[in-house]
Structure formats: structure tokens, C-alpha cells
Design a protein around this ligand. Sequence first.
Ligand code: GLA
Ligand code: ZN
Length: 669
Amino acid sequence: MYVGADYYPEHWPRERWEVDAKLMQEAEFNVVRLAEFAWIDMEPMEGQYEFGWLDDALAILDKHGVSAILCTPTATMPAWAPRKYPEVMAMQPDGERITWGVRKNNCFTSGTYRLLSERITRAMAEHFVDTPNLIGWQTDNEFGGPVCFCDTCRADFQDWLRAKYGTIDEVNRAWGTHFWSHKYTTWGEIEIPHPSGRAGRLAGPDYLSTHNPSLCLDFQRYHSHLNVRFQRDQVRILRALCPKHFVTHNLMGSYSDLNYYDLAEDLDHVSWDNYPVWGAPSIPYQSSAAADVMRGVKRKNFWIMEQTAGPGGWSAFGRNPRPGEIRKVAYQQLAHGADGQVWFRWRTCTAGREQYWHGLLGHDGKPLRRYQEAAQTAKEYHKLAPELEGTTVEAKVAIIYDYETIWALRIQPGFEGNSYHSAMMRYYSALVRAGVNVDMIKPTEDFSQYRLVIAPDFYLVPDEVAQKLSDYVKGGGVLLADCRLAVKDETNLCYDRTLPGLLSDTLGIAIEEYEAMDDDMEYRVVGKDVVAGDYTAVKYVDWTTPKGADVLATFDQWHLESFAAATRNRSGKGTAYYVGAVVSEPAFYDQLIADMLKTAGVSAHLAPPEGVEVSAREGGGKKLLFLVNHTEEKQQVAVPSGKQELLSGETTGDTITLDKYGVAVIKVQ
Ligand code: GLA
Ligand code: ZN
């Protein structure tokens, strides 16, 4: 079990290195991540390498039992690079290159930048291959942007399209360029769709492009490919020269400018950066969901490569983690499959843009409260390590997590506020409240491993996937789908079918009309039977006609009398649910999830009180139940009795009491 911090020896006098390493050892930290922003210190002039300082730092850490992960430093380039080769800087839509001096600002098609990246990667790999305490590599830092609008990028995008489509006629067909006279006659006419003059940003809520949605989707795919390709160049070198080391990258959870399934293909495991401490304390379901996404990208456990260690911010900063919160945040990730844990950062820096992004130690370098809490957590982790060995989350419920749908919805949300993540969280949060684990899966995954598959906002659905979903239900699976299902094909054209297209029979419904609603509109939803109660539909409704499905909820509106708000349909041996509205009350989703779990025969680990999360890790005949109290009150949880609680060593009774932000790990098998 590796636990430690992100460490920047280059920021501190050498005399301090020994003090830091000793403090790490006392905290039982056994790993640091180093050098992701230290390019200038390692290659002060092009082709001249200086690794001596890092050798010394590594040796001191080694003496104190601390291993290291080294990073390729390509997220921040030294000033000499753009001074000698201006083309390495990304170009903004207005034709100006980004001004050097921040980070993440290179052009990914620049041959020069790719060469500089390969050279420093090779030099590092050759130099450090035999460093005794080096265990692995992190590529770059938080791959993502920016979008570059230079001529090389444009030509490379055109090449990528040529390889994908073969002929310009095929592009015209796939993108529907008959609209607005947008037909291309030659590849050179294809432009990078630009987000209304804003530099760097690709999509998200600020995706303002009004270009052809099919062009936008392909550009998003291409942008992802550029990052994957850039990483692949580095990984190839690391694999060839350092076959004993692992290679990972620090992803960003639910960040979705890139297809993380593709990016992760070249890695041994993924890592991610988890910063959940913002604003008034609330239940951080998002962090669990992000952890499940991270476990899903390679279908294996992951690391945390950066995690909140103090107030964060680049100009103004946020709140301080409260007593117990640093530990609680760590356990939430451990419970979802984190096998390594690194806090960002070791010590708060006194210089640069991140002076206020606080570390475990403050500016003064004293080992105080936050350090002590991390040390306690590290010590507990080492004690738990033998029990954790070979365990992971084994879920019976899956949510389809698909970047193509996420991107297509960002390009055209359809209705105000719609995003894949907001739709997904309505179901995910209800599943956490119900006390079950979830896997996040690709649409190409084998659904038959799961009893229940949830497909929220599943908008871009190729015909094979629709077919797979209906076969899954026929074979006995339980499916839930909701608004905007199967509207689009792979090239982001609307299907010319009545919604939900190929899934109509499985769901037993037809949707001939639908509407978005402004904030001053809402409809009352009357739930019956398993979702009995009064609810509110906001934002969007499908005018769903049941064609064999049971009606679970209707609308209390004269013009919607014949339509259903929610349905359930038997198809073959399975059951398919549909929700054709955004419902504002979480209780609606809680009831629906309860019914779906019952239909699917999935039982909860236990019934957690509000604000307590339960997650299980199992494997090798072992099963550990993690309880995490996200509230600032003591919580009593009914648990299996006569089992060992591993942190206290005590045997459980019928209930266990969790302190505010308290955690427990019960060995049930
Ligand atoms: C990200 C980066 C770090 C640091 C932190 C805090 O996660 O990877 O380098 O910048 O944010 O801002
Ligand atoms: Zn470029």
C-alpha cells in the first residue's frame, strides 16, 4: 500500500530535504510524486541535462524508506522552448499564440514539441532507470487542453478525417453538409470549429460553437486522439527503457474533454486528482461517482495522485478541511478501489500561482494538524493493507458511461441545464443512498455481468448497442433509460425514427413529441404503485405513449392526459423502465431505484442512514464493508454483528456508532 504526498524538493533549500524525508518517514509515508513541473531544472538549456539534484533528493528519500514516482515534465515548458521554436505554443482562434508563462499551453501537433517531449522522456528514463527507490512514472500532468488553431493542427485534423472517412463525399454524407450550403469539395476546406473566439476551452457549459454538430463531435474525438497520441509517444519510450516501472497518469475524475478509456489503454493503472472540499460541507456523492468512473476506465483499482490536503485556490482560496475530513475523504476513495494515496501537496509553496493551494504543511513547514491526520491515515492504511490485498469493488449494478454521449450532449444539450453528469447523478446518488455499489461501464461492455443496467441521458446510441440492450433485457436483465434516449447516431445526425427508435419494443413505449420547459414552467407528476406520491417535472418532458408498458406515473395536465411520465415493461425474461421527465424530488428516484433493485434481485450491503456511505471491497474469499460518515453528527448504523471492525479491533454488535466524519471497516468475510 503506497501512501504519501506530491513533493517539490526544487522549491526548498537542500538542508530542508532531510527534514522533509524524516517527517515523511515518521508519518509512515512511503511514496512521493516528483518533478512534473521541473523541466527547467532538468534541462536548463536544450539538450543539456542536470539530474544530479534529483538524484540527491531521491537518495535522501530512499534513506528514509520513501519510494518515488517521476513525471515527464511536459505540462510546463521552459522559456527557451518557445523562444527558439515559437510554433510549440498553441494558437488561439484569433491567430495569436498563447503567451508563454502559465502551463498546459503547447500545440500537440507541433513536431518540435513532440520531439522535445520525447527527448526529455528518453533522457530521464535512461538516467533514472536504476534508481533503487523509483517505482513508476506519471506521464505529463492532467492531460486535456488546450485546443490549438494553428495550420498544422488544421491540416492534421483533415488528415485524421481522411483516414476515417476515405472520401470527401463520405464526410459530406456523415455530417449532413447539405444544410446551410456546407458541402465540402476538398479536404482543405475543413476548419477547426471554434468556440466563439475563446482560447483554449473546448466544450463544457461554455461550448458556444454554432458549427455543424457532426463536425464538432469529430473534432472532439480528434482532440482526444491528439492527447492520447502525445502520451503514447512517451509511454513507448518508458516501456522500452524502464520495463520494471509502472506507467500511470493523473486523470481528473469526471472531466470529459478526453476519452479516458482510450487514454488509459497505454497505462498500467490510472490515477486521479480528487479535490472534494469546496463550499459548505455537503455529501460528496460526486467523488464516489468519479472514483467509480476511474475504476471503470481500466476495470481495475486506481490510485489517488493528488488529494485535498488544505484550503485550495489560485487567487482566493476555499475552506479548510475540518478535523477528520482529510481522513474521511481518503477512506471514501479507498472504499471505491484506491490502492495508492498521494496528498497534494506536501508543503504549501511560498512562490508562484499556487501559493494558496495549501498542502499538509503550511508555508511555515511545521507538522501540524493536517499532517498529523494524514499520518494517522497512512498508519491505518498500512495496518489494513494485508486485508485489502486482492480486493476490489464487485458491483451488480452498472451505469453506462460513454464519452460520445457526453460530448454530443455538450455540443447540444437539448434542454437548458442538461448534461450527462447531471442526469447520471440523479440515479447514482439514489443508488448510494440505497447502499449498493455501481460500476461505470462502456456501452460495448458485456451487460450480462450485471443484474441492472442504467442508461441515463443515453443520447448517442449506435444500432448495435440498442440491439445489445434489448437482447440484455430479453435475456433477463433489468434496464432503466430516460430522456433523450437514442436520439443520435454515431456521426451526430438525428435518427429519422420515432423515439426511442430500436428500443421502443423493449421499453413498450413510443415518443412522438417532447418539449423543454423554461424555469417558470413545471408539471405535477402523479406517481402510482411503486413510486406513489406527488412530484414535479422540470426542464423537460417526453410525451410518452405506452405501447404495452405499465404506467408508473402520469402528468396532472389536461394536454398530457394520455401520456406517461414513467413506465415499466416486461420484455422476454427481463424488465425495462423508462423515465420521460426530469423530476426534482430525490424521493422519486429513491422509490424507483428500490423497485428496480427488487426486480433485479440485488440486495443492499446494509441500509445506511442519510449521509453515511457504504461500499464493499471483495476478493480472495474476503469481503470488507467500508462505512464513511459524511455528516458532522454521530451516526448509528445497523451492521452485521459478531464481525471484526478492523480499525478498532473490536467485535461488532447490532449497530456501530460513527463519529462525525468517522469511518469503519468491517470484515464480514
Ligand atoms: C491540479 C494539478 C496540480 C495543481 C492542483 C491545484 O490537480 O495537477 O498541479 O495545480 O491542480 O491547483
Ligand atoms: Zn497547433
